[in-house]
Each structure stands twice: as C-alpha cells, then as structure tokens.
Write a protein that binds this ligand. Structure first.
Ligand SMILES: C[S@@+](CC[C@H](N)C(=O)[O-])C[C@H]1O[C@@H](n2cnc3c(N)ncnc32)[C@H](O)[C@@H]1O
Length: 285
C-alpha cells in the first residue's frame, strides 16, 4: 500500500516506511490541514477588518516585548518579518538592525506599519503586500521571523521549508499554545456550539523534527487579558472569530459578558478568564 503522499513534500514509499518507526510515519502536515479546515478562514480582508482594533490592542499587549526579549539580532542583520501586522514587533527590531523586509497580506495592517514607522522616523523597512504562500523566497536574510502569523497557513510544511531556506542565522516563529482562544471557547460554550481545537505548536514542532530541524521551544509568559472599549466591540470580535452569529446567539453572549466583564481604571472592559498563550519555536542554522 502506498502511504499518504503530500504534494511537493516527501513521498514515503513502502520500502522506506518499513524502516521508519510509527512516530516517524505520522503525517503532521495532513493532521494540521485537517484541523485547520474546521476553523474559520481569516483571509486578508478579515485582517483588514480587525486592523484598527489590533493596532489599539498592541498599545497595551505584553506579547511583543516578551518575544523581543528572545529574538537574537546584531546591527548588521537583515530580517524578513512574515505577517508583520501593524509592526508591534517589526518596529522594535528595525531600530536594532540594518534592514527589515516586512511582509503581510493585509494592506490595512501595512498602512498602520508605515504610519507607525514614519512616527518613529524609521526608513530601513521594505513593505511587501503578499501572502507568505505567494511570496517568492529569492533572497536570504540573517533572521526570519513569523510572529503569530502562521496559525492559519495551510500546507505549513511547504512554508516551513521556504522559511528555513530563507534564513542564514536564525528562525523565530510563534504559534498558538494549547490553551489559546479561551475567550472564544467560552463564547462557543455559551451559545451551545461545538468548539474546534486549533492545530497548535506541537504539529509544527513535529513537522520540523521530521524535516531534521530540532528546534527550541519556549512558552511565552504573557499576562495581557482581552480588552474592549465596550460590549459592542467585544461582540464584534466574537463575530469576527465565530461564523454567522445569529441575533439570538449575540444576545446570549451580551448577557454573559455584561455579567463577567470587568471595568478597569480607564473605563476599558476586560475579560478576566483568558490570557494569550503563545509558544516560541526557534532554531539556529
Ligand atoms: C496576529 S497578527 C500578528 C502581527 C505581528 N506579527 C505581531 O505578532 O504583532 C497576524 C498577521 O499576519 C498576517 N498574515 C496571516 N496569514 C498570513 C499569510 N499567509 N501571509 C501573509 N500574512 C499573513 C495577517 O494579515 C496579520 O497582519
């Protein structure tokens, strides 16, 4: 019997499979794709839609700093930042290195990055609007970063190969931990829908392992909780993550949120039972 053959990837023949252990034969890329199909797709317009809110969230989010503490750079380095977003990570990196290529599929996110870079008088950034999948890796960079941008990427093994190819010194990527999306999970429970687990960092770690890349794994200890200007903004976020919310479901969610959201000193609403769960996977070339 011919085992599953992933296009563009490694074809495992019967002969090879006899030599491999059961663990080696798990097709993590196929499992990743299967889990991903159960999740709502976030294309460029979904990210365009959330860009204003995301830019605001990043003013108080402790994640960028936690990641920046781990990324190794030197002043002469060139960087590729995949899925750079509004630049919460990109801008701090750009201050420390020679050049940054900032790639994102969302034009709204890139607009924020440009504006934020202008405010900081940074002129060593190239902006590329593209998906990672469509981006041709025809250059090598000292460091490749993909921060919180690979969770929705199908056939991730192909993209990991491209990323590894493009990096001369280091690769730093972050992915969802197993406890991510707690706010969303609770919302699914409130409206009586099934919550689908997302594919997490472990799939990527195993894909890399099978590619012969034995990466380092670190849990980032982030404390920031989800915050919203008001209840409508919180519902907007859930509408963004949960497909086709009905009026009835929205009203159930509003009732729940009215009870549990906490008003902080600045009049901002905070959901107290969740915090971001990001895992850093990095390797040296
Ligand atoms: C959660 S934001 C992360 C932004 C930034 N890297 C950070 O950590 O603050 C995800 C970003 O990745 C971008 N993105 C997601 N999938 C992408 C893909 N396949 N190709 C290019 N950009 C992508 C989105 O447009 C969005 O701006």
């Amino acid at each position: 019997m011919q085992l599953y053959a992933y296009h563009g990837g490694d074809i495992i023949t019967n002969k090879e499979s006899n030599l491999k252990t059961e663990k080696d034969q798990i097709d993590w890329n196929r499992l990743w794709n299967e889990d991903l199909k159960k999740m709502p797709t976030l294309n460029y317009s979904a990210w365009d839609k959330i860009a204003v809110q995301f830019n605001k969230w990043m003013e108080t989010d402790d994640y960028p700093q936690k990641l920046l503490e781990k990324i190794i750079t030197y002043p002469q380095y060139t960087i590729l930042d995949i899925g750079c977003g509004n630049g919460a990570v990109t801008l701090q990196i750009a201050k420390k290195v020679n050049h940054v290529t900032a790639l994102d599929m969302s034009s709204e996110m890139l607009q924020f990055l440009r504006k934020n870079a202008l405010n900081e008088e940074l002129s060593n950034i190239d902006y590329i609007r593209s998906t990672l999948q469509d981006f041709e890796m025809d250059k090598i960079y000292d460091v490749v970063i993909a921060s919180r941008s690979l969770n929705g990427v199908a056939d991730i093994k192909n993209e990991l190969k491209k990323i590894d190819f493009a990096a001369k010194k280091y690769v730093f990527i972050t992915l969802w931990g197993v406890n991510a999306r707690g706010f969303e999970k609770k919302a699914y429970e409130i409206i009586g829908r099934n919550f689908q687990n997302h594919p997490d960092y472990l799939y990527v770690y195993n894909i890399l392992h099978q590619m012969g890349i034995y990466a380092n794994v670190e849990m980032l200890e982030c404390e920031t909780k989800p915050t919203y200007a008001n209840l409508d903004e919180a519902i907007d976020f859930l509408r963004w993550r949960i497909k086709d919310l009905t009026d009835k479901e929205e009203s159930l969610l509003k009732d729940y949120l009215k009870d549990v959201m906490i008003n902080d000193d600045n009049g901002i609403l905070q959901y107290p039972y969740d915090k971001s769960d990001w895992v850093l996977i990095w390797w040296k070339k």
